[in-house]
Design a binder for this molecule. Structure first.
Ligand SMILES: [Zn+2]
Length: 418
């Protein structure tokens, strides 16, 4: 390796570090803070930032408040910079958002679906293709969160919707090109909604800096995953941590997954509906479930008790420092936190009772799965190879249609961060 290669590699490495730091802090730190954090020389940082501005990766704005002297600049996303398309496919609707470097998400579309793979993913594939056409080279990848275990990078099973081995990239029209075919398209990352919510919680929420945490996501049923050093433990095939399908509460109902007495039968929108005698399943009844959650003390208490009981079992097994709850888990904790804790405590081993983990609602609420899908796209992009691809596409773009590059500016105006 000669000197030129080494310094080129060092520059590429520092470009990635700087963009990663801007992204992870939510584009809130000033250039001088970042320079200190990354132990860069001031001149090196200036050259790096100038290059990244020229490549339409960064844009600098004066800090909102500063003392005397030269204004302090805050590096943030370039107005024509990279966008991750992130999708949360829930059991009754999907939400599609464009996310900038720094993590700001702008919702582009929300659409209900009938619960079949063809309707849910067909309509979504059309929407993604339209956004790719509109945004052109700015789309650096697509992250898709789904409410079931995901195998082999894209085969999903959702028991409640009777989805078995559904090939998500294929139905979205985003399947990777056949071996030997010309390179095309953008990277697609398909993942489990709870695992994505856990990633977001570890990056931007209440599991930041937590070495071992437990994250539980409550929607129609309940999903959970153990998070170690910021990463969800996915198991050998990526389908591990199906805590919702463990018999933790002594129930005897048969679950759609095929097992009997699953914890997820007792927590979530389906359980709330069942408790008041309404039909449950198939991803239907979200509004009624929200009504039950807001009005039926009894149904909420039963849900919170089951949630606390199962948490105790998982705390005994895994010894997490913190337990975070997203989706309906936030409301259950707010409405019946005392009941939840009262059900949890007796289930804890004596040695766990002395220092129980903190249990709290997610800082990100319902947006965790979407933001985790976004993180998976930026993880692939914020690499020397990802940035090389961006720069190559940018020079192609300069010869292409210049008016397309400004399409997004007006869309973002007036949008607030999640
Ligand atoms: Zn089950």
């Amino acid at each position: 390796m000669n000197g030129a290669t080494t310094s080129g590699e060092l520059r590429a490495h520092n470009r990635v570090r700087l963009l990663r730091a801007v992204h992870d802090c939510g584009a809130t730190r000033t250039r001088s803070q970042l320079t200190r954090d990354l132990r860069l020389a001031r001149g090196t940082a200036s050259v790096l930032v100038a290059g990244l501005v020229e490549n339409e990766l960064l844009h600098e704005e004066p800090a909102p408040e500063h003392g005397r002297g030269r204004p302090t600049l805050v590096p943030g996303p370039h107005p024509r910079g990279p966008l991750a398309l992130a999708v949360d496919v829930r059991e009754d609707a999907w939400e599609l958002a464009a996310c900038e470097l720094g993590g700001r998400a702008t919702v582009l579309a929300v659409r209900p679906h009938d619960g079949t793979p063809e309707d849910a993913l067909g309509s979504l594939g059309g929407a993604i293709a339209a956004e790719q056409e509109r945004l052109g080279h700015r789309v650096i990848g697509v992250g898709v969160a789904l409410a079931g275990p995901v195998r082999h990078g894209g085969l999903v099973d959702i028991a409640h919707l009777s989805w078995r081995s559904v090939d998500v990239p294929h139905l979205l029209g985003l399947a990777p090109p056949a071996p030997g075919a010309a390179e095309g398209g953008v990277p697609v990352v398909v993942g489990n909604d709870t695992a994505f919510a856990a990633v977001a919680e570890a990056r931007r929420g209440r599991l930041q800096g937590v070495p071992v945490g437990l994250h539980l996501h409550v929607d129609f049923d309940l999903g959970g995953v153990l998070v170690v050093d910021g990463r969800p433990l996915g198991g050998a095939s990526g389908t591990g941590a199906e805590f919702g399908h463990m018999p933790l509460t002594g129930g005897d109902r048969t679950c759609m997954c095929g097992a009997i007495g699953c914890w997820g039968m007792d927590v979530g929108a389906n359980a709330l509906l069942r408790h008041v005698g309404l039909a449950a399943g198939g991803g239907r009844g979200r509004e009624q479930a929200e009504h039950v959650l807001a009005t039926s003390e009894e149904a909420v208490t039963a849900n919170a008790r089951a949630l606390g009981c199962g948490i105790a079992a998982l705390v005994n097994a895994h010894d997490p420092e913190a337990v975070t709850l997203s989706g309906h888990g936030v409301e259950l904790y707010e409405r019946a936190g005392d009941t939840l804790m009262a059900a949890c405590e007796p289930g804890l081993m004596a040695i766990r009772r002395e220092h129980p983990p903190r249990i709290e609602g997610s800082a990100l609420g319902w947006r965790g799965s979407l933001l985790g899908a976004m993180e998976s796209v930026f993880d692939a992009f914020l690499t020397p190879e990802g940035l090389d691809r961006w720069r190559a596409n940018l020079s192609d773009q300069a010869r292409d249609t210049p008016d397309r590059r400004n399409v997004m500016n007006s869309t973002f105006q007036g949008e607030s961060p999640p």
